[in-house]
Design a protein around this ligand. Structure first.
Ligand SMILES: [Zn+2]
Length: 542
């Protein structure tokens, strides 16, 4: 009797599922993050290759823009990898998720996207190729499989031995110690283009698991575009074709170490040299686009493309002296904070194709949007504002906070922007109270508050006079959004700091150093005794 009742219930459930499936099968979700990718270096965002006008930098992403939606005003939460990915995965702004320095992991209290999909019955796969996405920072939570495409310990040892030889040719008297070796290892990890390994791993995970009828959530993180730029190591012909006429001495290798004159802080290279380095950056973008194309092709070959939601985004941009600096994590200007964002919905009667959206979107809006589109209930973390339901009238706040361990000095900035304006602020801690105060930058003499009218000055080159009425409008909006953000953050509880700190080293790093016979130097632990305490902007601040 009991048995037959269970059977009846099971049959009813199957029937209900079949009915649901007939209406709308649960979609697959693919979320792709491309590290360090500027919005304005993609073809569909208007980029043309200066030295190779007949080539296309990003044909696969251009195609995605045609079949989905492309966002012009998508902004990340900061200009470095760890907090922006924490915002991507938790759906929380930086103030709320609290991943503030490299010592932190995602708060165990905060649910992440993969957990929510896993709980709802999705298979979950992740593959990453940059160190901050390591499980020790909490990114593997909720994944059935979460793999690294970074060099393993043996590959890393071989690469280090190779580079040591090159260094010794230049400096035969060099004495190696654990600190130097660890630094060389870090540099070598920057050289790697592991895009192919990322897409290989992703495709293998899908191949092995797509036939059981369950939907999947796939996350991939591509690190190739991050400096250094060495496309010639993957495809020498491609690298050459992106800048066939260059005859100078600059390459994308170690360029960040040499590009700035340490005395004058001015560029050490000429305009043409810089253009060459940027062409190598573009070639890296192309290499990633090619690997993304392989994932798209696999989905299409297996008739899964139409029922798959695809989001492609970057965690931050990259600076090429746009505001006097290079790389990222130093500033919060447009070239670092405005990011590419694509969204292709699963094919439905009313799905959006080919749209260009001007709506303001933060990187933390992506998680709730994916959950909504896939029909998974939102977690209590979420701010209830997915991209699709955001009214687009608010701006996005980003923050940068870099403390040195000894003196509490740092590069402490915040910024706000919407479609029309941006505001950037710079702080210094009061030497006695530690309280953050607005301050002129001691090295660059940059004013403490910079305000731009993006309609007139999209590249943020000429700050408004603070007495300009537009500056007042921008500050009022910043103030309004900071209050809203603070209110949202107050609703999210955080674990005590000790529960949010990551392990110091990855197991690969420890294994690598020990295998070479070097004693492990104690790692400097950042001063985590002061955290985000950015004063709210005042409507009449100046
Ligand atoms: Zn990054």
């Amino acid at each position: 009797m009991v048995k037959s009742r269970i059977l009846i219930i099971a049959l009813l459930l199957v029937a209900a599922c079949a009915e649901e499936n007939d209406i709308a099968p649960r979609p697959n979700v693919v979320l792709i993050s491309i590290d360090s990718l500027r919005q304005d270096r993609l073809g569909c965002y208007g980029h043309e290759l200066e030295f190779a006008p007949d080539l296309k930098v990003s044909p696969n992403l251009d195609h995605l823009a045609k079949v989905g939606e492309r966002f012009m005003n998508a902004f990340t939460s900061t200009s470095w990898t760890l907090p922006s990915h924490a915002a991507l995965m938790t759906g929380l702004n930086d103030r709320a998720h609290g991943v503030e320095t490299g010592s932190f992991k995602i708060d165990p209290k905060h649910e992440v996207l993969a957990e929510l999909f896993q709980d709802a019955g999705w298979r979950t796969f992740g593959v990453y190729s940059g160190g901050f996405l390591d499980p020790r920072h909490g990114f593997s939570r909720g994944f059935d499989k979460y793999e690294s495409a970074i060099l393993d310990s043996k590959e890393c040892q071989d690469a280090v031995a190779h580079e040591m030889k090159l260094v010794e040719e230049q400096a035969p008297d060099i004495e190696w110690n654990s600190k130097r070796i660890a630094r060389l290892r870090k540099i070598i990890l920057r050289y790697q283009n592991r895009g192919q390994q990322v897409s290989d791993a992703a495709i293998t995970m899908l191949e092995d698991n797509h036939e059981d009828g369950k939907p999947f959530f796939l996350f991939t993180h591509f690190f190739d575009v991050h400096h250094d730029y060495l496309p010639e190591r993957i495809d020498p012909e491609l690298a050459l074709s992106f800048d066939p006429t260059y005859e100078g001495i600059w390459t994308g290798k170690d360029w960040t170490e040499r590009a700035v004159d340490p005395g004058t802080r001015k560029p050490n290279l000429g305009r043409r040299d810089l253009a060459h380095v940027m062409a190598m950056y573009d070639a890296e973008v192309h290499l990633v686009d090619r690997q993304i194309g392989r994932i798209f092709a696999w989905l299409k070959r297996n008739s899964l493309w139409d029922n798959t939601i695809v989001v492609v985004v970057s965690d931050h941009g990259e600076e090429f002296f746009d505001h006097g600096g290079i790389t990222h994590a130093n500033n919060l200007h447009n070239e670092l904070i405005r990011i590419p964002l694509f969204l292709k919905e699963a094919k439905r009667v009313n799905s959006i194709t080919g749209n260009i959206s001007e709506q303001v979107v933060g990187i933390h809006h992506i998680a709730p949007t994916l959950l909504q589109l896939a029909g998974v209930k939102e977690s209590c973390n979420q701010n209830k504002r997915g991209i699709l339901e955001s009214n687009g009238n608010e701006g996005v706040i980003s923050r940068l906070q870099v403390f040195s361990s000894s003196n509490r000095q740092g590069n402490i900035r915040d910024a706000w922007r919407d479609q029309e304006y941006s505001v950037l602020r710079w702080f210094r801690p009061d030497p006695v109270s530690g309280e953050l105060k607005l301050a002129t930058h001691p090295k660059t003499n940059q004013p403490a508050v910079l305000i731009y009218d993006l309609s007139q000055d999209p590249l943020e080159q000429s700050p408004l006079n603070l007495s300009d009425p537009r500056a007042t409008i921008a500050l009022k909006r910043f103030h309004r959004d900071a209050m809203l953000e603070e209110k949202q953050a107050q609703k999210i509880s955080q674990s005590p700091v000790a529960a949010r700190l990551a392990n110091i080293r990855t197991s690969e790093e420890t294994e690598f150093l020990e295998a070479l016979g070097y004693a492990l130097a104690p790692q400097e632990i950042e001063d985590t005794s002061i955290y985000f305490s950015f004063p709210l902007p005042l409507p009449n601040e100046n």
